[in-house]
Design a protein around this ligand. Structure first.
Ligand code: ZN
Length: 365
């Protein structure tokens, strides 16, 4: 699908908090360059963990509201009004750009582009003060696609229960403004280093320990979804999964992901690690938005590493997600934690309990 080429158009600032609000602009924004939100507020106080730094909690405990699916509904409603393009605020300081995916990496219904936070704020202020016209030129193209991509899987076979699997993972794909060092080169390297460490120790785990470098995470978890489809027969005997996907900072907890029925056994697995790795108690927050969600949806106990921010919010998805941001000591420690957690799960007398699977994901979710 071609992009739009050069277009001169009036700028329209919309006040939209739900898909229904688009009805207020019926017939009024055809051919316009549209801004659908106020300029982002760039936090000056760091959140205490990398995930909250990127996706702030809605109100303390619970799942964030207005997530990916809601934004997609707004964009679909907006597309009916046929604006020329939608501009998004990069939400980052220092003129950095951002990248994300609409419609699981399908062409969006309306051309969309990030502009830097500074430029977005300027356009917004000018448009609030009076009429603004813009000339934009989106020169991007789509390759014919689809193209093949690989998921990397390795395992150390279990000695007693080889069909049961403990899984640790990160994702090898990244956005291409930077190098993807923090999102998610560091998680991928932690998984590789955990595999290397367990291999050289020569220990024989009771259950199989599986190491996975996913792909397609940034496009909406499509790699993990395909992995679960291809390995559907193994799902009943997947014991647990743990994903490392918020950059280079120290792992200081593991999120229980509301799997409270697994808490007693998880405590047996986790408590011995606390002194060694200076860990806080298990986290009771829900952290979605990474490859472990595909496991959760399939009923497999799946958990997420909670990490210190370590400039994750600033760097991820931007030009500055580069190798110089990596803190070797912290990512090496994270690798050791993944290895130790996987080992402890593999040695438990019983497996972690599965839960009721969720309904299959609908298109666009
Ligand atoms: Zn990631």
């Amino acid at each position: 699908m071609p992009m739009i080429g050069e277009v001169s158009a009036p700028v329209a600032v919309l006040k939209v908090t739900s898909p229904d609000d688009i009805a207020n602009y019926k017939g009024k924004i055809k051919g316009a360059v549209v801004l659908v939100s106020k300029p982002a507020e760039i936090p000056t106080n760091e959140a205490d963990n990398a995930y909250d730094a990127v996706i702030p909690p809605a109100r303390g405990v619970g799942r964030p509201q207005g997530g990916f699916a809601e934004r997609q509904r707004i964009m679909r409603a907006l597309a009916q009004e046929q604006p020329a393009a939608v501009l998004l605020d990069s939400g980052k300081a220092d003129n950095l750009f951002n990248m994300s995916s609409a419609s699981r990496y399908q062409p969006s219904d309306v051309p969309m582009a990030y502009v830097s936070h500074e430029d977005y704020s300027l356009i917004y202020r000018l448009a609030e003060a009076g009429p603004v016209a813009m000339k934009i030129n989106l020169a991007g193209t789509f390759s014919p696609g689809p193209v093949p991509a690989s998921i990397t899987v390795a395992e150390i076979r279990g000695s007693q229960f080889p069909d049961e699997r403990v899984i640790i993972g990160g994702h090898l794909d990244s956005w291409d403004l930077g190098q993807g060092a923090l999102d998610n080169g560091t998680g991928s390297m932690a998984v590789l280093e955990a595999a290397r460490a367990l291999k050289v120790l020569g220990w024989k785990p009771k259950r199989t320990i599986t190491f996975i470098l996913f792909t397609g995470e940034e496009q909406g978890g499509i790699g993990a979804d395909i992995f679960m489809k291809n390995h559907a027969a193994e799902i009943p005997k997947m014991d647990a999964a743990l994903v490392h996907d918020t950059g280079t900072g120290k792992v200081f907890s593991i999120a229980l992901e509301e799997l409270y029925e697994t808490a007693p056994l998880m405590a047996e697995i986790y408590e011995p690690l606390r002194e060694v790795f200076e860990l806080q108690p298990l986290s009771t927050r829900y952290f979605g938005s990474s490859d472990h969600v595909a496991f959760l949806r399939a009923g497999v106990p799946a958990y997420f590493c909670i990490q210190k921010p370590a400039h994750y919010r600033e760097a991820h998805h931007s030009q500055t997600d580069t190798f110089d941001k990596v803190i070797p000591e912290e990512i090496n420690e994270g690798a050791a934690l993944l290895a130790a957690w996987a080992w402890n799960v593999s040695e438990m007398p019983v497996a972690l309990a599965h839960h009721q699977p969720a309904a299959p994901r609908r298109a666009g979710e």
